[in-house]
Design a protein around this ligand. Structure first.
Ligand code: GTP
Length: 497
């Protein structure tokens, strides 16, 4: 819309000048074509400056109908021979000074270049007068209509006032005012009215400079574009400010999200996912924010401490404090593993229950502390017999120990138990109160569990203990310091039999 308005505005100025020029032209035409006597009068007037011509033509009617505020006649030497000023709206006499138009050669630029051939050269533009800026239109007067010698020049002046502005305002959707207070103002860079329309950003206000024929500023036109006008609350500056602020907020939000919110969320999620059951996983400590790195490192230290304490607790829960062997709880876990290996891979394993003979008497005789030491020594002997990675020695409880040997035949087991008996003999813990031997002995009950013993993928651990226990009972009841290996029997197979 701004582009259209500017084009219309330029058109309006053109129209005003053309209209003034046409007045000049028509005046000449009128004098020469329609009223020969008038033309003659003018021609005569240019020669003799007769008063009648002035009385006939320099009257308010002429100014009013032509809408001009000044009429000037100059001879061929550019010298003013008649000047008449009358405000065409108020009929107030205006005392235009010829001085305004006498600055030859400067003001001669107002006048068209006289020609000798056919034609009616004319010139129009803007000029400063003592009443303010004005439009002017100058026309060459010739001997006859468009022919003959140069008899001088006729100039019409129209002050730049409401009618001119009305004309411009009618042509466009703009509100136009004039700023005549241009003295001392920097007007450089202002577009000229007759320049090619340059469409920049839509601005509510625009200034256009009018210059005279010497390039001196005459007036500045202030154009308010009605369509380009913005609501006062959101003017151009506010819009720029809001845009920059929005951009800043957007960038700030992204910066905060990227550097703080996302890393904090990531850290919070990582902390939430710490799961002792599955093992503690250390947090990533690569954060751009130093504080988050510190939090992550501190949490990692905590994880390490918890992990160590967990390991310790797990170890304590499965270890016998006195002998450092695995306890019954640890034994059950190990048994579960061997049971699964037997069920899935058919790997045989042997379970041996060892019970120290007459340990009550030993305690009674030597005291509990000595009894404890004997238990520690026996545990050492038994542990030394568990040579392979999958062999275990556990303290089942009291003076009772359980041995677990993986992938062991009955012959090998017999040999192993004999060796254990020998080792006890070698250990030679004096037991004067034993009715079996002078040194500490023990009795063992064992059973071997094979793949064939698995019924319906089932192998109850209670059955294993029951079998070994029965074998131990037999070993005890048949003299002690010996062992019995009993065939494994499950309750399920019992029922089948
Ligand atoms: N010093 C000590 N004695 C224990 C410990 N645990 C169990 N005992 C003792 O071991 C003895 C076990 O006695 P019994 O169950 O009668 O068995 P036993 O005297 O070995 O007799 P048989 O097994 O029939 O040969 C009890 O006196 C318990 O107090 C222990 O940790 N330290």
């Amino acid at each position: 819309m701004a582009e259209k308005e500017l084009k219309l505005l330029n058109y309006g100025v053109q129209t005003a000048l053309t209209s003034l020029s046409r007045l000049t032209y028509d005046y000449s035409v009128w004098t020469s074509t329609y009223d020969y006597s008038v033309w003659t009068s003018t021609y005569d007037f240019m020669h003799d400056l007769n008063e009648e011509y002035i009385d006939e033509n320099m009257v308010p009617d002429t100014f009013n109908s032509l809408k001009v505020d000044g009429i000037f006649y100059l001879n061929e030497n550019f010298e003013p021979i008649l000047t008449k000023g009358l405000h065409h709206l108020s009929d107030v006499e205006l005392t235009f000074s010829f001085y305004d138009f006498k600055k030859y050669p400067l003001n001669s630029k107002m006048l068209p270049t006289p020609i000798s051939g056919e034609g009616a050269p004319h010139k129009e533009g803007f000029i400063n007068t003592q009443y303010g800026p004005a439009l002017f239109s100058a026309f060459q007067i010739r001997d006859s209509n468009k022919f003959g010698g140069n008899r001088g020049f006729l100039i019409f002046i129209q002050l730049v006032e409401e009618p001119f502005l009305d004309l411009l305002n009618q042509s466009t959707l703009t509100k136009i005012s004039i700023d005549n207070d241009i003295v001392g103002k920097n007007l450089s860079g202002l577009p000229l009215w007759n320049e090619k329309v340059k469409i920049e950003d839509v601005k509510p206000y625009r200034h256009i400079l009018f210059q005279d024929m010497n390039g001196l500023p005459v007036t500045v036109l202030k154009i308010k574009h009605s369509k380009g006008d913005l609501p006062p609350l959101i003017n151009e500056h506010s819009l720029i400010f809001i845009s920059i602020l929005s951009l800043f907020i957007y960038l700030f939000y992204h910066l905060i999200t990227h550097t703080i919110i996302k890393p904090v969320k990531k850290l919070a999620l990582s902390i939430k996912l710490i799961d002792g059951e599955l093992g503690f996983k250390l947090l990533d400590d690569k954060f751009s924010v130093k504080e988050l790195m510190i939090v992550s490192n501190n949490v990692n230290q905590l994880i390490n401490t918890v992990q160590q304490q967990n390991d310790l607790l797990r170890k304590q829960a499965t270890t016998d404090q006195l002998t450092s062997l695995i306890n019954r709880h640890g034994l059950l876990a190990v048994l579960e593993i061997h049971k699964d290996l037997c069920i899935r891979q058919g790997i045989t394993f042997a379970v041996v229950m060892c019970d120290i003979d007459h340990f009550k008497q030993y305690n009674d005789h030597f005291g509990h502390l000595e009894g404890d030491q004997a238990l520690v020594d026996v545990a050492q002997v038994l542990k030394l017999q568990c040579k392979r990675a999958n062999d275990y020695c556990a303290r089942y409880g009291g003076e009772e120990f359980t041995l677990l040997f993986s992938d062991m035949s009955e012959n090998d087991l017999q040999e192993k138990l004999l060796r254990i008996g020998d080792a006890m003999k070698t250990l030679n813990i004096a037991h004067p109160k034993s009715q079996t031997a002078p040194h500490m002995t023990f009795s063992c009950g064992a059973t071997i569990i094979k793949a064939t013993d698995v019924v319906d993928h089932s192998l109850p651990i209670s059955d294993i203990f029951k079998c070994a226990d029965q074998a131990l009972y037999e070993a005890k009841s048949t003299g002690r310091n010996n062992f019995v290996i009993k065939e494994f029997v499950t309750l399920a197979s019992d029922e089948q039999r």
